[in-house]
Write a protein that binds this ligand. Sequence first.
Ligand SMILES: [Zn+2]
Length: 95
Amino acid sequence: MLLRLVWPVLVISLAVFIFFDAKKRGYSQMTAFSWLIFTMVMPFIVVPAYFILAVKRTGFSGNSQLQSNKICPKCGEEILTGRESCPRCNNKLTL
Ligand SMILES: [Zn+2]
C-alpha cells in the first residue's frame, strides 16, 4: 500500500535525476527530455540502459565539463573532447 505512494515519487525523482545527469553529460535538451519520458514509462529497462550508455560515454563520474575544455597549444582556442583538430586554426592535436 505504501509502495503505491512511494513508487511514483521514486520514478519521477529518478527521471528528473536522469534528465539533469544527461544534460551534465553533454546530451542535448531534447535527448535528456526523451530519457526523462522513457524513464517514467519503463524505468526497469531505461534506468540500467541509461547508466550503461552514459558511463560508456563520459566515464563514471560523468562530469563532461572536466574532461572537455582542452586548450589548443597553438592559438589557445578551447577544444571539445573527441575532436582531433582545433576548430579555429586546424592544428592537429596529439592525444
Ligand atoms: Zn588552434
